[in-house]
Ligand binder design. Structure first.
Ligand SMILES: [Ca+2]
Length: 192
């Protein structure tokens, strides 16, 4: 289930939450006072209403529901399957109105992926509602590996009241492939 938490706390309190730990380093939190908005989604509650899927060359994706062995945590996870020469993505829209409009608000996102069988090229991207790409990182991942986290550097939110986190699987050139997805974490941070 998507959850939004917004708070103003000391750094010590922030460190107490394991999910936040995942992004503290890229966010570079180092001040005594900070504001934080955190959103998480692990595909556990109605994922088809939150995640949209697209692809080319008959590529696409879906959800593994009530299959704990496929999930990183819980019972559910997502997946992307790419045909040779194609690509597929899942994306989710994150509401950011509670922290937008501040000049110093920066955000970062992370998700866990599991490449199946063969090497996969995977991108994590941030888009706004006007079709502007705010961030992109492309990385290669060996096949048949365990879940591993991919994440963005921090980027400036500006006045945007929502953004999209998009995970794109390109498969392996000429072969396609499949990844699983679970445990999105999204955070925005500002100096209080
Ligand atoms: Ca899950």
């Amino acid at each position: 289930m998507g959850k939004i938490r917004k708070s103003t706390r000391t750094r010590g309190r922030l460190l107490a939450t394991a999910a936040i730990l995942a992004l503290l380093a890229p966010l570079g939190i180092g001040t005594a006072q900070a504001g934080l908005m955190s959103y998480q989604d692990g595909y556990e509650f109605n994922p088809s209403a939150k995640w949209s899927i697209a692809g080319s060359h008959s590529s696409g994706g879906g959800f593994n529901i009530n299959i704990p062995s496929s999930a990183r945590t819980g019972n559910n996870s997502g997946w992307l399957g790419v045909q040779p020469g194609g690509w597929a993505y899942q994306q989710i829209e994150i509401p950011t109105g509670s922290v937008s409009g501040r000049p110093d608000t920066e955000c970062a996102a992370a998700i866990w992926i599991k490449p199946m069988v063969i090497r996969q090229e995977v991108a994590i991207e941030i888009w706004d509602r006007n079709g502007n790409q705010l961030y992109r990182r492309l990385s290669e991942h060996a096949g048949s590996e365990n879940y591993q986290q991919i994440y963005t550097d921090r980027w400036t939110l500006g006045s945007r009241t929502s953004v999209f986190v998009r995970i794109v699987d390109y498969g392996t050139t000429g072969q396609g492939g499949t990844i699983r997805l679970d445990d999105l974490v999204f955070q925005c941070y500002f100096i209080g």
